[in-house]
Write a protein that binds this ligand. Sequence first.
Ligand SMILES: [Zn+2]
Length: 103
Amino acid sequence: MDLKHIEDETCFVCGAQIESETRKHKHTNGLWNEYREFTCGKVLHYVPNFKTVVIDKECPNTAGELKKRQRREKAKEKLLDYVEALKVDKGYKQEIYRSLRFV
Ligand SMILES: [Zn+2]
């Protein structure tokens, strides 16, 4: 697709290539919203209302995203340890574990 406003051909964080491109929801000013997704998951979005490119979804390889994932994993480990130490029946613990599976 020939996007007119997003110039990055690769993810500038990790060098990932283009996965997909779309153009949708034409603004009243006649310009389209443009989206470019890279294979790492990063999504750039041209917003016609502000005539600028923003990051809709950050590259998972930035220092900030890596740190956020590490903190979440540590938090989840602490939660699992806490649940394991609870003095409740095994079935209830399994219900809690099932609800934590998606976080
Ligand atoms: Zn990336």
